[in-house]
Structures are given as C-alpha cells and as structure tokens.
Write a protein that binds this ligand. Structure first.
Ligand code: CTP
Ligand SMILES: C[C@](O)(CO)[C@H](O)COP(=O)(O)O
Length: 236
C-alpha cells in the first residue's frame, strides 16, 4: 500500500488569538506547519504530503515550505471553509496509486514519528480506519443550557488525535456520504467520525501526549517547552 499524508492547514486559529493564521505562527522560529509536515514526512511510510492551505494563501504556503528544509515530496492545494472541506479537497488531489491516507492536523506539530509509524502499520496490517487515542483524565459532563444532564462513564471515553489513517476508498466514501447529507447531519469534528457514520469499524492505537493540538495560547508554551527538551536531549 502506498501512503500519502494530507495536512489540513487552512484554519484561522481563532482560539489561539491574534497573530495570523495558526499554521504560519512560529515555534522556535519555524512555522507550525513546517514542524507538522516534517513530523509526518519523517515516517518512511509516507511518500507524499499534500497540504491544504488557506484558499487565498496557496502560493504563500508553497513558497514558505520551499524556503524550509522539508524532506518530502510535497504539493499544496486550496483548502475549504471547514476542516472537512479542506481534507476532502486534499484527498481528491492525490494520485490514484495512493490507496492509504494519513490525515494529520497542521495544528499538531510535535507528533512523534513513532506514532505516525504506528498508525501507518495498522493501516498496512488491514485496518480500514485507525486513530490514536488517549484515556480521558478529567471527568466529562454532558450539559444543557449550563445544567449537567449526564456524567458518562470515563472508563469508556478516550480523547483522539491525529494522524488518523484510512483506506483511501473508505475515506472518500465517508466524505461523499457526509457531503450528500450535509443539511441533516451535524458537522463531524474528525474524519473518523464520518467513517463511523458509514458503519466502518474504527480501530485505536495508543496516542501520545506530545501529539497535542495547539489550540489555545498556553499550548504554545507547552510546545516551546517540549522543543527545548528535545534540543537539550540532542546535545546531551
Ligand atoms: N477550514 C479549515 C479549518 C481548519 N483546518 C485545519 O484543521 C486543523 C484542526 O483545526 P483547528 O485546530 O480547529 O484549527 P483552526 O480551525 O485553525 O482553529 P480555530 O477553531 O481556533 O479557529 C488545523 O490544522 C486547521 O488548520 C482546515 O484545514 N481548514
Ligand atoms: C481532528 C481532531 O484533531 C481530533 O481530535 C479534532 O477533532 C479537530 O478539532 P478542531 O475543533 O477542528 O480543532
């Protein structure tokens, strides 16, 4: 199976606050997107990376990636108005020989290569859909208008990350079904959610704390701390 990585990077990063599109914000002087692309490209399973850029920023993103050392075959396409749109457009651009797809958020720049490899290995092993998951550490409540209506059993809950791996045929079918029923179904926040809706089993592999999503300002502080620790480990 030939595997490509699709990196949705067309979001605005509103929860991160002012400072421009999140994927172009810097961590240790390098754009978040470049960290994320290098991280997936570090896996020997990944032969091609397709980045979904903000629709008005395709050439800017392409030249930014060209200016940095990114050891991958790379293309940049225009993303869409939602993450789901961005992923669908990037998958549609893949050459036919790529029958496996890893979808990885640009907003998860520090994913360890071991996690990318584990998702790719599960895909090669026959899984049609595989996602990294970590146990939930907080108690989670369901609320309605500020009032708690239920407390789901935490033992059955996980928080999921990217890269999420799919057989390309399954991913395309799930996105097509979601596009057809867009007015009746709630938006899915991840690709695995779309795959679940078409009745395909989604397997999990253990996630990584370092694969966290840069979402709010404090996440930049965590990310810089992890990069500092990695630098220190390299010179030790
Ligand atoms: N129209 C969109 C929206 C999101 N994304 C991407 O989907 C990933 C996960 O989204 P999220 O963390 O929510 O990013 P933003 O949408 O940028 O954040 P926010 O919701 O705070 O604006 C990010 O890599 C983001 O760039 C995308 O490609 N296209
Ligand atoms: C795909 C994802 O990262 C899995 O946890 C997450 O659902 C993206 O959500 P966001 O609201 O677009 O950040």
């Amino acid at each position: 199976m030939r595997i490509a990585a699709v990196v949705p990077a067309a979001g605005r990063g509103e929860r991160l606050g002012p400072g421009g599109p999140k994927a172009l914000r810097e961590l240790s002087g390098v754009p978040i997107l470049v960290h994320a692309v290098r991280a997936v490209a570090a896996s020997r399973s990944v032969e091609l990376v397709v980045v979904a850029a903000p629709p008005d920023g395709v050439s800017l993103v392409a030249s930014l990636l060209a200016d940095h050392d990114v050891p991958a075959e790379l293309t940049v396409v225009a993303g869409g108005a939602t993450r789901q749109d961005s992923v669908r457009r990037a998958v549609a651009s893949l050459p036919p020989e790529f029958t496996g797809v890893l979808v990885h958020d640009a907003a998860r720049p520090l994913v360890p290569v071991e996690l990318v490899d584990a998702v790719a290995a599960a895909l090669r092993g026959g899984a049609e859909a595989v996602i990294p998951a970590l146990p939930v550490t907080d108690t989670v409540k369901q609320v309605d208008d500020g009032v708690v209506v239920a407390t789901p059993d935490r033992a059955g809950l996980v928080a999921v990350q990217t890269p999420q791996g799919f057989s390309r045929a399954v991913l395309e079918k799930a996105h097509a079904a979601a596009t057809d029923s867009a007015t009746t179904d709630a938006a899915a926040t991840d690709d695995a959610g779309l795959v679940e809706r078409i009745g395909i089993a989604v397997r999990t592999v253990p996630g990584s704390e370092e694969a966290f999503k840069v979402t709010r300002p404090l996440d930049l502080v965590f990310a810089e701390a992890i990069l500092a620790r990695r630098r220190a480990e390299r010179i030790r």
